[in-house]
Design a protein around this ligand. Structure first.
Ligand code: B12
Ligand code: SF4
Length: 506
């Protein structure tokens, strides 16, 4: 019957891949109700051929894609356009961070029919039901939905409350396994063999003005309980012998109670784990808590340091109580405990004058070097500030005034410059001059030479010594220009920075 659903995960990385939690959760919402297939662009040589072969059967009606900014657009945009051209009766549905945050340009493309705005757990099955019942009048009652009405107006329906995460249906791992062997998703990373990816909570309770999570979740956060997370982990340990987990939550550490309960549960399983959190939240944990976490396998925590400059932290509306001092204090606390802080910095924020922008950059470069002195194990990730459409925030107004705007056509996002923008490596922001961008990027290269990331575990022994050796003088003297020798070594050894495609894995 012509009503099957295809759920697509566009390619997001080369090499080993993570469990595609986004499409799994979308699948969970219709599992046992509607017939569907998964197509994972990460594991297909020619995903278009696969998609087309399904549609050629005449059994498929819905083409649904998750869409993150950056490289996923390279398949999401052309494939959605092509499927609509070749099968004009099919219905196309997008979800994910890009679709929700850039909904105007997506829905105006003419080939995206519906967007699930944020969580799809109720919205997606409701939409399919209404479409299957031909009950179009009901569409506007579905929450978390964006579409164009008959007059061509964009309709954004009300937001759904965040659901009790423990009440959500189980992820259909075995259904995914019938298309792609689950073992393909469990690779060796610096955390351990068979690293598993898991998403244990939704949203984030903070509202930082530069962050893409905010427009979707608006300061809301809901998590699965420690017991139910542990149950899933145990299943994967027993079935697939996982030794490590990446927690992909925006803010895994929001609830101390949950983290401590989870640590108690997992501490004898010999599993190593990584998650993302906030410095001011975790700095409130006691030393005993941190030691327990370390003993329970917590190896590294990704922390949005953003900047050491308190004035800019305010401009970013970082919220909470984070300051430059507290960043330094926290990395110092973690050093003897042995949990590695992975600090992400956002450089290149707007300021009144170009001199001030440059001075802020220099200030942060020195701050990063100070952090490395306090805790040489600290990992540093550097992003260039790439605005997200946080409508209504002061920062968004400020950047629009400074002359920044997003592409007006969906396909313009495919331009290499916009892809780099998404990767936060090329900001396209008018206040950053090429000289400033070079200064940041060159510093990043030298930093990655002098302190190669521990997450790329193939860079060890003589490779590490050589990289550090050739970078030392530059790092110490601050002469970062033209670091070709370091780039050359990075290139021949295929050095992998974790921020674009995730941890190096094999
Ligand atoms: C895992 C991950 C990756 C992985 C791979 C992801 C994959 N799909 O294979 C890797 C490491 C490759 C990656 C890379 C990048 N990522 Co990424 N990634 C994530 C992360 C941590 C988890 C995604 C996830 O699995 N979520 C769990 C699922 C269940 O949640 P969800 O995706 O929101 O899905 C729900 C809804 O959105 C909706 N939905 C989603 N898709 C669909 C589809 C349909 C059809 C429907 C109906 C509904 C629907 O329903 C789901 C269930 O309710 C998120 C942050 C986060 N916590 O979500 C960032 C995140 C999505 N990434 C982000 C970015 C920017 C990137 C990069 C572009 C840049 C960077 N340096 O980080 C790179 C490059 C991307 C690339 N190479 O394609 C940003 C997006 C920000 C923005 N501006 O919109 C996020 C939000 C992180 C952040 N806070 O900045 N990423
Ligand atoms: S704490 Fe992190 S995830 Fe939460 S709003 Fe701020 S930057 Fe975004």
């Amino acid at each position: 019957m012509n009503k099957k659903i295809l759920i697509f995960n566009p390619r997001s990385a080369y090499g080993k891949h993570r469990i595609p939690n986004s499409i799994l959760q979308v699948g969970a919402s219709i599992y046992g109700i509607y017939e569907f297939v998964f197509v994972d662009g990460n594991l297909e040589n020619d995903p278009w051929e696969k998609i087309d072969s399904y549609f050629k059967t005449g059994n498929f009606k819905y083409f649904c894609s998750t869409v993150m900014p950056g490289p996923q657009l390279r398949q999401a945009i052309p494939f959605t356009k092509k499927i609509k051209e070749k099968y004009p009766d099919c219905i196309t549905i997008w979800g994910g961070y890009f679709a929700s945050n850039q909904y105007q340009v997506s829905i105006s493309s003419g080939f995206v029919d519906y967007i699930i705005n944020g969580p799809g757990d109720i919205a997606f099955p409701s939409l399919i039901r209404v479409l299957e019942d031909n009950n179009h009048a009901e569409i506007s009652t579905i929450k978390n939905l964006i579409f164009k009405n008959e007059e061509g107006e964009i309709i954004k329906t009300a937001k759904e409350e965040l659901l009790d995460q423990d009440s959500l249906p189980k992820l259909p791992y075995q259904h995914l396994n019938s298309f792609y062997n689950l073992e393909n998703y469990l690779s060796k990373t610096f955390l351990g063999r068979n690293t598993f990816s898991y998403h244990s909570s939704l949203g984030c309770p903070f509202t930082c003005s530069f962050c893409a999570v905010v427009p979707i979740y608006k300061g809301r956060w809901k998590a699965k309980s420690a017991e139910s997370v542990y149950k899933d982990v145990k299943y994967f340990k027993d079935t697939y012998r996982i030794e490590a987990i990446e927690f992909h939550d925006n803010n895994f550490f929001t609830s101390r109670k949950r983290v401590i309960e989870f640590s108690e549960l997992i501490k004898n399983d010999g599993i190593t784990w990584w998650g993302e959190g906030r410095i001011d939240t975790i700095n409130k944990y006691s030393d005993a808590d941190l030691i327990l976490m370390k003993e329970a396998g917590c190896k590294m925590i990704f922390l949005g340091a953003e900047t050491g400059n308190d004035e800019i932290l305010k401009q970013m509306n970082k919220g909470g109580t984070q300051t430059g001092e507290s960043i330094k204090q926290f990395v110092k606390r973690l050093y003897p405990i042995g949990i590695i802080p992975e600090l992400s910095f956002v450089l290149g924020m707007p300021a009144e004058t170009p001199e001030k922008v440059m001075a802020q950059i220099e200030w942060d470069i020195n701050f990063i070097k100070e952090v490395k002195q306090i805790n040489p194990d600290a990992e540093i990730i550097i992003y260039l500030y790439s605005p997200v459409a946080t409508e209504g925030s002061e920062l968004y107004e400020q950047i629009q005034k400074a002359g920044f705007s997003f592409p007006k056509n969906l396909e313009d996002w495919l331009a290499p410059a916009w892809e780099n923008f998404d990767l936060r490596k090329n900001p396209l922001t008018p206040w950053l001059t090429p000289k400033m961008v070079d200064r940041i990027m060159n510093f990043e290269t030298v930093l990655n030479g002098y302190y190669p990331t521990a997450t790329d575990f193939k860079i060890k022994g003589f490779k590490r010594i050589l990289l550090r050796g050739v970078s030392k003088i530059r790092y110490i003297t601050g002469f970062y220009k033209y670091p070709y020798e370091i780039k050359f070594l990075h290139k021949i050894w295929k050095y992998r920075q974790p921020e674009t495609q995730g941890f190096y894995s094999e």
